[in-house]
Design a protein around this ligand. Sequence first.
Ligand code: NAD
Length: 264
Amino acid sequence: MTASELQGRVALVTGSTDGIGLAIARALAGRGCAVMLNGFGEADAIAALCADIAAAHGVKVAHAAADLRLEADAAELVPRTLGRFGRLDIVVNNAGTQHKGPVEQHPPARWREVMALNLDAAFHTIRGALPGMRERDWGRIVNIASVYGLAGGVDRSSYVASKHGLVGLTKAVALETASTGITCNAVCPGDVATRIFHRNAKLLAEREQISRAEAGQRIAAGNMPSGRVVAPEQVAALAVFLCTTAADEIRGAALPVDGAWLAR
Ligand code: NAD
């Protein structure tokens, strides 16, 4: 991959004020992309984040405060990005949420919310972005799914269903764009060291009277034969690779970054 092949591209990364999305936004900015951030946070902190990424990489960075559980916000996000940057080359559908508990106790309203954020929002951004991508015959759509997009899991029915749906949407869009310069792929991480992982490690460390590092290792080893948690930057590196020329013919794939979770 050449250092500058993504220079001047415009990327939208949903759910990018924290976690994996932020790592992806930083990585794309590092390749010279202008970036539209999206996600929650204090206005001052978000402004500082935009300024920080822009200064670090010499690119334009803006933020759209869309709540992607809401259809109107999700449908407006691409038009807002086009309004700000004039074009849109890369869409990373990353924002996601989950609900834990048995299916028979899953509140229906919460089910709708998980589906809306994890699946419907990606439909809206893809639908909005494709016409411009088709005009220029170039585009990259990267959907951040999960190992739970490829395998089941207990007490997370809406998460599993929405992420399987996202993998299905990825394949459908990849087929519809198969003869064009647009690709659509999914990335399927295992346990990633984001805020929630660190919070769980802290709780386990306190409960078991062990170090946070050991607690983190125990959580990771519970799911991943590698025994190591995945770094957000490792997920971001794959997302960026999927945006390069080298990945031109990777289409409709669902690629695990999971420490061999799914290899068993
Ligand atoms: P996170 O909770 O650390 O960050 C989520 C981001 O999304 C934040 O910027 C937040 O403000 C934003 N967000 C939350 N609700 C939103 C909404 N309604 N509208 C717009 N933005 C919203 O999340 P993460 O752990 O980095 O996960 C990112 C993605 O990766 C999710 O789709 C998740 O399912 C997936 N994933 C995470 C892990 C993991 O271990 N963390 C593993 C596999 C897959």
